[in-house]
Design a protein around this ligand. Sequence first.
Ligand SMILES: [Zn+2]
Length: 395
Amino acid sequence: MLGRRALASLALAFAALPPPWPAEAAVTDATLEASGNGARLVLTLTGGTRWRLAAATRPNRLVLTTPGSPWRGPASLGAAGPVRRAMADRSQLRLDLLRPVALKRVEESRGRLIIELEPTSATSFARLAAAGRPLAESGTATASNLGRSQPGTTQAPRSPARAGPLPLVVLDPGHGGRDPGTIGTRGTQEKRIVLAAAEELKKVLEAGGRCRVAMTRSNDRFVPLGDRVEFARRRQATLFVSLHADSAPGARGASVYTLGDSSDALAGALARRENLADRAGGLRLPSVSPEVQAILLSLMRAETRAGSARMASLVVEELGGDVPLLPNTHRQAGFVVLKAPEIPSVLVEMGFLSHPGDEAALRRPDHRAKVARALGRAIHGWLARAGTAEALAAG
Ligand SMILES: [Zn+2]
């Protein structure tokens, strides 16, 4: 005979179970509507329906599949914004596109899947399609699940638009004050060009409404490199973008830098520090043993590097359509401003003031605006699939 205590545990166990007859896994409803210059797709999912969204070209389309779960929603959804039409068939929905799109927001909660699309460049879309992996899918399992109480629970992909404040992007106009940076042959000062470009980019991002923006300097003052990194860390920035237009003999075109091999040496040095706990405290790691902290820190650094690399490739792709690029456009180097362990960081050389052609271009507001729009697209693209480092830092 079961004791009172055992019965109570059993009752609790049953209370935690799903209803005895779980709903069939299916898509039971769907709507598609224009939203701004994009579109919003809302699906009603039952019974833990799994889904996957992929992009394809020729013609440009998105395909949402729900493996093993039938489509019981409307067979077609008509046109909306960049979507020419949406047709459902068995366990997939196909969105034929008038214009290339990117994911703006994906949110899944209580049986509702919301997918928001926004316009993007044809090259961006082609790249999404060529990457050969889903743009988003249900139950995305990543290192960010570490330490969570319920590993294996279905989790919508991280989206910057989830509840809470918008992610913060820190823009870092290089040089300033007594440090003019490079001075071009026509006397153009790098510190002025990069500040003007950063202000332009800030406008683009604020108009997009998908992130907050802070600048390490917004006037002509000197800011030490370490302070720029600390500025971003104190504010728990999601992304750090440093802007420069330096000199390089004979070189021309834009390029982008992420932290090179020295990042591993830094990680090693960090881990050896006796005050690891203090360091980690600054990173808001959960309170766990020093060994586990070291592992989390190294995971975080790996995620940060991956986030930086992803941002760099988006920058190359978005700038590439609009401005001349330096060959081997994405390079690695030990820039001090790229060394925040938890914040994906890139340094963009918008061109070289040492090159008369680049100098002439960078002096023109319309050229800087073009660069800012391209960087804005890259940042929006990056935010649409927010870095896991952010999840770890918040975990
Ligand atoms: Zn510079």
